[in-house]
Design a protein around this ligand. Structure first.
Ligand code: SF4
Ligand code: SF4
Length: 340
């Protein structure tokens, strides 16, 4: 079932949905970008269509709801532990096709990778339903077509595309369709828009030989990368975290445990007891990140971790391109095969 409706009527739909759900969507934050007088698009809770950024790609990913940068898991005293409360209201998360594919990666890591599911992730994940934002055109840096994440056919409760000022929504969810029907929406066939061509292409080798670990491909990143970790923070599929116990100052035995986002690109990530560190150079860290995204994860999960959103390229202060690095790896693999 599909609907077309005016912005005002779409606002009515969101108003009705707001009685049951919190709405988490990309928002244009004016003047809050990295440099003076620059903007940024990041996620926040919204109440009406004017607040939602449907044209630009978000600089940060939707994952901040399911995997907050810092999340208090529980509070402790000397002899008691209490889980942190969460808002019980369900959440509608607005996101694009590549990010819908990223959800599958997050679910795999936190719910399917190992014997136990991550309880704290699961309790947030169970609250979430998704609204698909269609893509009329490719954005700079996207390579979703080559990663197979440009199109989403299920998993969303409704989609939204703004065409000539009208809101066009595919609404597969029967409960949502009732809400649309109450808001003067006109029934029509709607297919969410998706891109079929990007400017950026990647050539992921079918198999990457072990020799790539010693390749000089990684050397330039030791010089260029400043290990700020931004690429990990914006990535919709990066899932690593560390734990922090925060002790309250008035009673040093009482406090809270927090899960805090971690980054494989920063100093200290691979530190081990005795002063050891597995990956000391930024080139080695780049090697780990890239091969994890296009090889190691796939060997376990059956699909690549990277979804080709291009956010890591957008955010890097050193203009390091992840897609260019993939293609350098492909060249190095071909050269190694030719030399044999
Ligand atoms: S954003 Fe760029 S400079 Fe920062 S850690 Fe990632 S690759 Fe290195
Ligand atoms: S590695 Fe870069 S392009 Fe791939 S999913 Fe993460 S942020 Fe997007």
């Amino acid at each position: 079932m599909g609907y077309q409706l005016s912005k005002q009527n779409f606002g009515e739909v969101l108003g009705k949905l707001g009685e049951t759900y919190r709405l988490f969507a990309p928002v244009l934050k004016k003047g809050e970008g990295r440099f003076k007088d620059t903007d940024v698009v990041r996620y926040d809770f919204v109440t009406n269509p004017d607040e939602i950024e449907l044209e630009k790609k978000s600089d940060y990913a939707f994952k901040e709801f399911m995997l907050p940068i810092s999340e208090t898991l529980f509070f402790f005293t000397e002899d008691q532990v209490k889980e942190a409360d969460i808002d019980e209201k369900d959440v509608l998360v607005f996101l694009r096709s590549c990010d819908m594919h990223a959800v599958k990666r997050l679910d795999y890591i936190y719910l399917e990778n190992g014997k136990e599911q991550d309880w704290f992730y699961k309790r947030l994940r169970e609250k979430v339903k998704f609204v698909l934002i269609g893509c009329a055109d490719t954005f700079e840096d996207c390579f979703c077509v080559d990663m197979g994440s440009n199109r989403t056919e299920d998993g969303y409760v409704f989609s939204v595309d703004v065409i000539d000022g009208e809101f066009c929504c595919d609404v597969p969810d029967a409960d949502m369709a009732k809400v649309f029907a109450e808001c003067e929406a006109v029934e029509m066939e709607v297919t969410p828009r998706f891109v079929t061509e990007n400017e950026v292409h990647v050539d992921i080798p079918e198999s990457i030989p072990i020799g790539i670990y010693g390749s000089d491909v990684w050397d330039e990143y030791s010089a260029r990368c400043v290990n700020c970790g931004r690429c990990n923070i914006v990535c919709p599929t990066c899932t690593c975290y560390t734990m922090q116990d925060v002790f309250y100052t008035d009673n040093g035995k009482v406090g809270e445990r927090r899960r805090v986002a971690a980054s494989c690109m920063i100093d200290g990530y691979t530190n081990v007891a005795g002063g050891g560190q597995y990956r000391r150079t930024n080139g080695e860290r780049m090697r780990f990140k890239v091969l994890h995204k296009i090889q190691d994860f796939k060997s376990r999960a059956g699909f690549n971790m990277c979804v080709g959103c291009g956010r890591c390229d957008m955010v890097c202060p050193e203009y390091i391109s992840f897609s260019a690095c993939i293609n350098k790896v492909a060249d190095a693999v071909r050269k190694e095969a030719d030399d044999e």
